[in-house]
Design a protein around this ligand. Structure first.
Ligand code: MG
Length: 157
């Protein structure tokens, strides 16, 4: 077994859709980024790549590459799992924490788990997604951005 950690932050701005864990969430702002800026899925990919010591998503999908403009991060997650498998590993389980003051994410968590599990070709009970606020403190608390931490365990096939 090997373990990896991922962390990501994106800025919240007007005029963008808010995508978290592959699910579009109704909100007055969205995350800014080259791809769909799905901060949760980005952190998740980094934890999987970290577990396999295969670098990070910036190395695999450079944001200087126009192919990844507006990219669906869940499709990139599927690709990351293919790369991990090629290296001889399968995903054991993942645990994710999204840090956002608003909007309330709890109603969307079951859909996010289903979506991420399907992209990784594992059962949803191996995918944990949690949401928390930072009690109004810092950039997340002020609603300037959303952060995500994830931990992934992979196993030799
Ligand atoms: Mg990112």
């Amino acid at each position: 077994m090997r373990i990896g950690h991922g962390y990501d932050v994106h800025r919240l701005v007007e005029g963008r859709r808010l995508i978290l864990g592959g699910i579009e969430i109704p909100y007055e702002k969205g995350l800014l980024g080259h791809s769909d800026a799905d901060v949760l899925t980005h952190a998740l990919m980094d934890s999987l790549l970290g577990a396999a010591a295969l670098g990070d998503i910036g190395k695999l999908f450079p944001d200087s590459d126009p192919r990844y403009a507006g990219a669906d991060s869940v499709e990139l997650l599927h690709e990351v799992c293919r790369v991990i498998k090629e290296a001889g590993y399968q995903v054991g389980n993942v645990d994710c924490t999204v840090i956002a003051q608003r909007p309330k994410l709890a109603p969307f968590i079951p859909q996010m788990r289903e979506k991420l599990a399907s992209a990784m070709e594992i059962a949803p009970d191996r995918v944990s997604v949690k949401a928390t606020t930072e009690e109004g403190l810092g950039f997340s608390g002020e609603g300037l951005g959303i952060a995500a931490h994830t931990v992934a365990l992979i196993e030799r096939i």
